[in-house]
Design a binder for this molecule. Structure first.
Ligand code: AMP
Length: 305
C-alpha cells in the first residue's frame, strides 16, 4: 500500500561522547522514508530543501525507491539546519542550534500522483503544516500517524490540540507525553492523549523500549540491549518509519499487527543508532532486518516451565 511521508529533510551537526560530525544529512522525513523503504515500494515524500542540498543524496533516496516528486528545491535558499549535543547517558540531548531557513515558510504541496495514498506519516514539523497536509488530501488516508516534539508542545500547543483529533496514532517519547498531559505516570498520560483525539498512542522510552496503548490494551516492546550506541539521532524517526512501513506493507491496522509493526520499528531503530546519521540505515539487507527481528523475539520469549 502507498505511504506518504511529510517532514523535515535537513542538515544536522552532531556531537556525542563518541565523536563529532560536520554537516551531515538528517531530518525526520529522511530517516522515516529510508526506514520505510525496506517495507513498502510506494514511498512518497513531501519536503522542502534549499539548493545547497546535494543531488547525490536525492539520488540515494530515489535508489531506495522513494518518490521525490514532492521534494521542493528552493533556489537561492538554504536547507533546514539542526545541531544537537548528547549527554553522556545518550538519552538526553541539547539543541545547540536551529536554522529554519526553507522550513520557515514551508507550504506542503501534495503532487496529484500522491493523492489517494493509504498511509500518511506526519513527521516532525510545525503542527500547522501537518494540519495543512491533512486538509490537502482529497481522500482521507486509512491511517494517519503523527510525530511531534517538545518544541511544538511548548510554542504551538493550540495548533497541536486542533490537530490531535484528526490523527489516528500519536508517536511521542516519554518526556513529551508527560509535557503534553502534565501526567507523570505513562498509563495516565496515554489515557489523556487518547481523550485528545488519537485512538492509538505510542510512547517511546529510548533504550528502554516503547509502549503501545489502544482502548484497554497495552503492549510493551523492549529495545535491543546494544553493546554500543554511537548516535541516537533519528532513532525515533527510524522507529516510526519501520512502524508505518510495516503497516503499509501488510495493510492490516489491527492491534495485533501494530504489535508486530512496533517490533519492526524497534529493529530498524536499533540499526540507526549504531553509526552516525543515516549511515547504518542506507544499506541494510532483508536478511539483516529479519535476523534482528528474531533477536527481539528471543529477547523476551520465555516459558513457564
Ligand atoms: P529524532 O532523533 O528521531 O528525534 O530526530 C532527529 C531529527 O529531527 C534530526 O535529523 C533533525 O534534523 C530533525 N529535527 C530537529 N528539530 C526539528 C524541528 N524543529 N523540526 C523538524 N525537524 C527537526
Amino acid at each position: 500500500m502507498s505511504l506518504l511521508t511529510v517532514g523535515s529533510v535537513a542538515f544536522d551537526a552532531l556531537e556525542t561522547p563518541f565523536g563529532k560530525t560536520d554537516k551531515i544529512i538528517g531530518g525526520a522525513a529522511t530517516y522515516i522514508t529510508l526506514s520505510a523503504s525496506y517495507f513498502t515500494d510506494e514511498n512518497n515524500l513531501v519536503a522542502v530543501v534549499g539548493d545547497d542540498f546535494p543531488q547525490s543524496m536525492i539520488n540515494d533516496l530515489q535508489q531506495h525507491g522513494i518518490n521525490t516528486d514532492g521534494l521542493e528545491i528552493r533556489k537561492g535558499e538554504k536547507t533546514f539546519f539542526w545541531s544537537g549535543k548528547y549527554h553522556n547517558d545518550m538519552n538526553t540531548r541539547d539543541t545547540v542550534d536551529v536554522q529554519l531557513n526553507v522550513m520557515e515558510n514551508f507550504d506542503p504541496i501534495i503532487p496529484e500522483s500522491y493523492q489517494g495514498c493509504t498511509y500518511l506519516m506526519l513527521g516532525n514539523t510545525a503542527p500547522a503544516i501537518q494540519r495543512t497536509v491533512i486538509e490537502r488530501m482529497t481522500t482521507r488516508p486509512k491511517l494517519i500517524v503523527l510525530d511531534t516534539m517538545n518544541l511544538w508542545i511548548d510554542i504551538a500547543n493550540a495548533d497541536l490540540m486542533t490537530l490531535l483529533p484528526l490523527v489516528d496514532v500519536l508517536v511521542v517519547n516519554d518526556e513529551e507525553a508527560r509535557q503534553l498531559t502534565k501526567e507523570y505516570a505513562l498509563v495516565k498520560a496515554a489515557a489523556k492523549i487518547r481523550e485528545m483525539g488519537p485512538k492509538t498512542v505510542i510512547i517511546k522510552k529510548g533504550e528502554h523500549g516503547a509502549l503501545l496503548f489502544q482502548d484497554k490494551l497495552v503492549f510493551f516492546a523492549p529495545a535491543l540491549p546494544l553493546e554500543e550506541v554511537f548516535d541516537p539521532t533519528g532513532a525515533g524517526d527510524t522507529f516510526a518509519g519501520g512502524f508505518i512501513g510495516y503497516l503499509a506493507k501488510t495493510d492490516d491496522i489491527s492491534f495485533d499487527n501494530m504489535k508486530r509493526a512496533i517490533i519492526y520499528g524497534s529493529a530498524m531503530a536499533s540499526f540507526c543508532v549504531e553509526k552516525f546519521g543515516t549511515e547504518r540505515i542506507m544499506n541494510l539487507s532483508q536478511d539483516e532486518i529479519q535476523a534482528r527481528v528474531s533477536e527481539f523475539v528471543k529477547l523476551s520469549a520465555f516459558g513457564l516451565q
